[in-house]
Design a protein around this ligand. Sequence first.
Ligand SMILES: *[C@@H]1O[C@H](CO)[C@@H](O)[C@H](O)[C@H]1NC(C)=O
Length: 128
Amino acid sequence: MELKMQSLPAFKLVVWTLLTLVSLHFGSGAKCGTNSPTVKQTQVGFNNPPKFMVEVQNNCPMCPVINIHVKCGSFSKALVNPKLFKVLAFNDCVVNGGLPLGPLQKLSFNYSHQKYLMYPTTWYFQCE
Ligand SMILES: *[C@@H]1O[C@H](CO)[C@@H](O)[C@H](O)[C@H]1NC(C)=O
């Protein structure tokens, strides 16, 4: 019986936590749909090395997005201001220091190097 008395609050906590996580998840998903952030690259310089313009966009019309991590290969930290795009590790770069991009907001920077393939891996929508 002792066991039952002790485990009940813990069980409630687990259920409450799960419900909260699930509702947060659906709250974000419902407002942003499939509007994941995108990383677009356009070649703007044709010398050697070539120059690329990178545009990271929050495509959600309703909510800010935070903590956008990008798969970035061996991107060199010397190529761009880390406030915009910070190299954390191989294949792990973070956009805007993890700070929010507003709904439909775009962040852009250029780098001069052979092209690095980049695409977003994780992010969080901050929906109400
Ligand atoms: C990137 O390069 C393009 C083309 O040269 C230029 O129009 C744009 O202003 C540059 N962007 C930044 C953030 O320097």
